[in-house]
Design a protein around this ligand. Structure first.
Ligand code: UDP
Ligand code: MG
Length: 198
């Protein structure tokens, strides 16, 4: 199985690049943000709770997201592998993900971290707000999401770095240029020739 974590701050391009990666490597997309937005759209109990947290730019609890990920992994364990987009967001979630994969006799192949500077992130998210109208793409919420990323989520890099799986990729440029950089890393990881992994 090929299991990829795509990582980076809000607006780094995780969702966009995930679509291209899925197409090429035939993976299952596991975006916890998309699952949560689906729960909100369906007005489930979980969705109603999560909405308040998301609209403040805070993180939904580890227990909730780990439960969602567990269900999705178990339902798709026969496939080629997964791309984890927007998860793990805490070191506890990263540990739980490793345990879940181990229980299913598989593991993370590589973590791709998209590097983009903060001004560019804000610019992209404000543009997305115009296009998609996401309620958490307002300037105050964006600033808080970036703050939460810097204070909590960015530490997840260390977790994968210690395991030799952290691969930073320059996330600025055209979508195709970035995708090319990503496939170079994945193809290196697939043939056990990590080209840039710590
Ligand atoms: N979120 C969360 N845990 C997750 C995924 C999403 O708490 O595992 C919440 C969080 O409030 C985040 C929002 O959902 O700001 C949107 O997440 P998504 O990954 O879709 O946003 P992105 O970072 O890709 O812009
Ligand atoms: Mg996203």
């Amino acid at each position: 199985m090929l299991n990829i974590v795509i990582f980076g701050p809000p607006g780094a391009g995780k969702g966009t690049q995930s679509e291209l990666i899925i197409d090429k490597y035939k993976l299952v997309h596991l975006s916890t943000g998309d699952i949560l937005r689906n729960e909100i759209a369906n007005k489930t109990t979980l969705g109603i709770e999560a909405q308040k947290i998301i609209e403040k730019g805070e993180l939904v609890s580890d227990d909730i997201v780990i439960g969602m990920v567990k269900n999705k992994i178990e339902a798709n364990i026969e496939g080629n592998g997964f791309i984890f987009d927007g998860f793990p967001r805490t070191t506890e979630q990263a540990e739980a993900l490793d345990r879940l994969l181990e229980e299913n006799n598989t593991s993370i192949s590589v973590m791709i971290s998209l590097d983009v500077d903060e001004d560019e992130l804000v610019k992209r998210l404000l543009k997305r707000a115009e296009e998609q109208g996401r309620k958490d793409d307002t300037i105050d919420v964006i600033r808080n999401r970036i703050k939460v990323y810097n204070e909590v989520t960015s530490h997840v890099c260390n977790y994968y770095s210690k395991k030799g799986k952290y691969c930073p990729v320059n996330g600025t440029g055209t979508i195709d240029e970035i995708f090319e950089r990503i496939t170079a890393v994945i193809d290196g990881a697939e043939t056990k020739r990590p080209c840039c992994c710590g």
